[in-house]
Design a protein. Structure first.
Length: 161
């Protein structure tokens, strides 16, 4: 017990250095959290009043042009390399209910930019995990959003590798 007390008994200069280092780390964390795309570790007491509604589409090639086919419930069928139809589902990979709920207006938790950042990551993940789908060239999300009362339409896409 005596050796532990000796470790905790810092000299005044060491205490001051510890306080300065601790406060600098706290300020760095606050600044970093506000700059991160998903505001990780950044608590905002009064969050945005933003909403979003996600519509999901597959981009396929038809008659030498690319067209968007809606995926209203997150499920679609597409042929594999042998021509056999395979079932695919957005919800098989995307488990978070805010991102796997399609066609429903909902509050954008942690802000609109956070949800768009997460949706882009989800699109890229699903697009890279559908090797049996030989038709789909890209996954596209059309987001009808309201950012603090200002409506906007945002389109995100993820090409298949």
């Amino acid at each position: 017990m005596a050796s532990l007390r000796g470790l905790l008994d810092l000299k005044p200069a060491s205490r001051a250095a510890f306080v300065v280092l601790f406060l600098a780390l706290q300020l760095f964390g606050i600044a970093w959290a506000q700059q991160a795309p998903d505001h990780v570790l950044g608590f905002q007491m009064f969050n945005e009043s933003s909403r979003l509604e996600i519509q999901l589409f597959r981009e396929v090639e038809r008659k030498r042009r690319r067209v968007l086919l809606p995926i209203p419930d997150g499920r679609w069928q597409a042929p594999d390399a042998t021509g056999k139809l395979r079932d695919h589902a957005w919800q098989d990979r995307i488990k978070g209910w805010r991102l796997n709920t399609l066609g429903v207006s909902m509050h954008a938790s942690y802000g609109l930019s956070t949800q768009l950042f997460r949706l882009q990551a989800a699109l890229e993940d699903v697009a890279s995990h559908i090797p049996d789908d030989t038709q789909t060239r890209a996954l596209v999300a059309v987001v009808e959003a309201s950012h603090n009362g200002r409506p906007q339409t945002i389109q995100l896409r993820a090409e298949r590798p």
